[in-house]
Design a protein around this ligand. Structure first.
Ligand code: ADP
Length: 245
């Protein structure tokens, strides 16, 4: 078995006496696409916040690619190769999708030098590839403000990928999307899963069925169970938790 890309042991997070994560243990192999589900308040967002260094654990360890991230700042953890997609798209609306992607490829350059210099051939190829996989090739040169909500979501996922992370964290990528856009986002994540490790937090069970190979169910800050979507859906503990919502 290969070494885990993400290994979390006995993670506890207390907020002013409230225990948001409780002795949570989690492990993920490189190249996995893992979906995290769980009722509201289960601790899903806090879990991602600890992985990215936004929230410090009260106790417990997070190892990413074998490295303990405990004393690292958020930007240092990002640089190790973790990219996070929040629910609301954060794209530059006045720029084109191509320019948004180019800026993400060149996070160390400033905006003006990126926009006023022609990218070298290999970068152009990469940009075209990113536009293709996000389904935005034909809209690569229009203003991003004109994109639909689903297209902006896919663009932002493309912008994350442009930074070459090893692990992508994606928070509710299909909230508010049409069925067609949901399927397109699912296809994008499935194709990215061929070369990245991905954690997706999701409520939409139809979507979870489309993309999930392995599901982790969180409840009251701990892992309630893990397994295939079928196994998890038929687990009496999961049914009880969701009925109680
Ligand atoms: P989920 O994403 O599964 O809905 P969260 O991780 O957002 O759950 O929250 C888990 C619990 O921790 C919730 O009860 C929430 O109210 C609480 N919580 C989250 N962040 C804070 C905070 N900064 N201060 C106090 N309580 C918090």
């Amino acid at each position: 078995m290969s070494e885990a890309i993400l290994e979390i042991e006995n993670l506890t997070v207390d907020f002013d006496g409230f225990r948001a994560l409780n002795q949570l243990t989690f492990s993920m192999e490189p190249g996995e696409l893992r979906v995290i589900i769980g009722p509201n308040g289960a601790g899903k967002t806090t879990f991602l916040d600890v992985i990215t260094g936004k929230t410090q654990p009260t106790t417990g360890q997070v190892h990413f690619k074998g490295r303990n991230t405990r004393r690292l700042a958020e930007h240092q953890i990002a640089r190790l190769g973790i990219g996070r997609k929040f629910q609301t798209p954060r794209v530059y609306l006045n720029l084109t999708p191509r320019e948004n992607l180019e800026l993400s490829c060149n996070t160390n350059k400033n905006v003006l030098s990126t926009l006023f210099s022609r990218p070298p051939g290999s970068d152009r190829q990469r940009l075209n590839h990113l536009l293709e996989i996000t389904g935005l090739f034909l809209k690569g040169d229009i203003q991003a403000a004109l994109l639909s909500h689903g297209e902006k979501q896919r663009l932002e996922i493309g912008m994350l990928v442009a930074q070459s992370p090893d692990l992508l964290l994606v928070d509710e990528p299909v909230a508010g999307l049409t069925d067609e856009e949901t399927e397109q986002t699912g296809n994008l994540l499935l194709s990215l899963a061929e070369s990245h490790s991905i954690i997706v937090i999701e409520h939409d069970m139809e979507f979870v069925r489309q993309i999930a190979r392995k599901v982790t169910v969180l409840h009251q800050g701990s892992v309630l169970c893990e397994g295939s979507i079928e196994a998890v859906q038929n687990d009496p503990r999961v049914i009880e938790v969701y009925l109680g919502e």
